[in-house]
Design a protein around this ligand. Structure first.
Ligand SMILES: Nc1ncnc2c1ncn2[C@@H]1O[C@H](COP(=O)(O)OP(=O)(O)OP(=O)(O)O)[C@@H](O)[C@H]1O
Length: 380
């Protein structure tokens, strides 16, 4: 599905006028501080339930207000057998309407799908798979395991939406287990109860993660093969579930009781999962150049899009401010791959975009271009 209409109220500096978007490419340009990132942030807010730029909701509400609203309409997007040049005609009307409003003073959130109130953010997220590529995304390679876990779990959720419930249950049991570990006098019998619940959840959850990782890996290998880049030779991506799965997690926890008690938290389990990226046995963060690391992240993001596109789901990619991060060759490669995947794409830039430069020797796909000024998007 693709977001074809967006309307916000009290979202950063954005004007409240409704804006219509293409299910294909959308190019947003404007001066510094005009509101380009805010527009992408509002789209992501619908699909993620939070900002991708800041953790405090307060920062996103327009100054002087306490309640924001984001409304979006989705159409069925570009189907895989559709000629992309006819994308605009290929739209089949509104498939879903999503709404989120947040009152930061009352700390209340209201979610709506097709006019009905829903309780869980995943009800919104499953309709709008939003993938952000901004300068912060490159931490997937350079940063800690948490970033890679988030990257994998985003895909796991969109392949298998029931994953979010499993994950929440697992988080709850982990935090109860941690509390028990932190108690002065260790209650061994209570801990065993948590261990058995945690172990069962962990095995199920890791099965799902492992299965989706395999799909991701196959898509990634296919993307690499098309690229034919010698620097990626010998590159290995491995899923680490958070413990040695040849042993039961419950056994591992029992044999590390003292260590966990000293640390005061759970040291093994799905909360420690990672995607290990290695070349010649060493982490790529130590061997790849900064540019190669960035390209690797882009390829991983494309592979995510490919997994979902093979399942008939269209990802909405938000490319915020990446001109300074990627050279022209890589920007063209990214645009081509996203076009091939028939994703919906939003790209921000300060300069007026030149479609000839963006798509290189290919014909540009259907796109809409917007000039952003004082929070208002005006189509050209
Ligand atoms: N809560 C808020 N309420 C009102 N305005 C805000 C709020 N937060 C930020 N702004 C303002 O909104 C404007 C748009 O910021 P935004 O980051 O979207 O700009 P941009 O076009 O992406 O800029 P750049 O090219 O510099 O990245 C800025 O002038 C900023 O000061």
């Amino acid at each position: 599905m693709a977001l074809v209409k967006l309307q916000t109220q009290n979202f950063r500096n954005l004007a409240p006028d409704p804006v219509g978007f293409s299910p294909s490419f959308n190019l947003l340009y404007g001066a510094n501080g005009s509101g380009k990132s805010s527009a992408l942030e509002a789209i992501a807010y619908l699909g993620l339930g939070r900002s991708f730029r800041v953790s405090r909701h307060q920062a996103v509400v327009s100054h002087g207000h306490s309640k924001l609203t984001v409304f979006g309409a989705l159409d069925s997007g570009l189907s895989n057998n559709e000629d992309q040049s006819g994308a605009a005609e290929g739209t089949t009307g509104i498939a879903h309407r999503l709404g989120i409003s947040r009152d930061v003073s009352a700390k209340e959130t209201a979610l709506r799908v097709d006019g009905e109130a829903v309780r869980s953010l995943s009800s919104l997220a499953m309709h709008l798979p939003v993938s952000v590529i901004d300068p912060g995304v490159f931490d997937i390679v350079a940063g800690g395991p948490g970033k890679r876990r988030q990257f994998l779990d985003w895909l796991v959720f969109h392949v298998e939406p029931s994953f979010s419930v499993m994950w929440q249950q697992c988080q709850r049991v982990t935090s109860q287990r941690n509390q028990t570990l932190r108690n002065g006098r260790l209650d061994e019998s209570l801990l065993r109860v948590w261990d058995s619940q945690f172990g069962a959840l962990a095995e199920t959850l890791s099965d799902v993660r492992e299965q989706v990782f395999r799909q991701f890996k196959a898509a990634f290998d296919a993307v690499l093969q098309e690229l034919d880049a010698s620097w990626t030779e010998g590159l290995k991506l491995e899923f680490y579930p958070g413990w040695d799965r040849s042993r039961s997690l419950v056994d591992i926890l029992a044999s590390h009781r003292e260590q966990e008690r000293r640390m005061g938290h759970t040291l093994y389990g799905p909360n420690r999962a990672d995607i290990r990226l290695k070349l010649g046995g060493r982490p790529v963060a130590e061997t790849f150049s900064r540019g190669q690391q960035k390209t690797l992240v882009i390829l991983m993001k494309i592979a995510q899009g490919k997994v979902l596109s093979d399942l008939g789901k269209q990802v909405t990619f938000l490319l915020d401010d990446i001109n300074a991060e990627l050279d022209v060759r890589h920007r063209i490669m990214l645009a081509h791959k996203l076009q091939d995947l028939r994703c919906q794409v939003f790209i921000t830039s300060i300069e007026h975009p030149e479609p000839d430069v963006l798509w290189g020797d290919r014909d540009a796909p259907e796109y809409r271009m917007f000039h952003v000024e004082h929070g208002k998007l005006t189509e050209e």
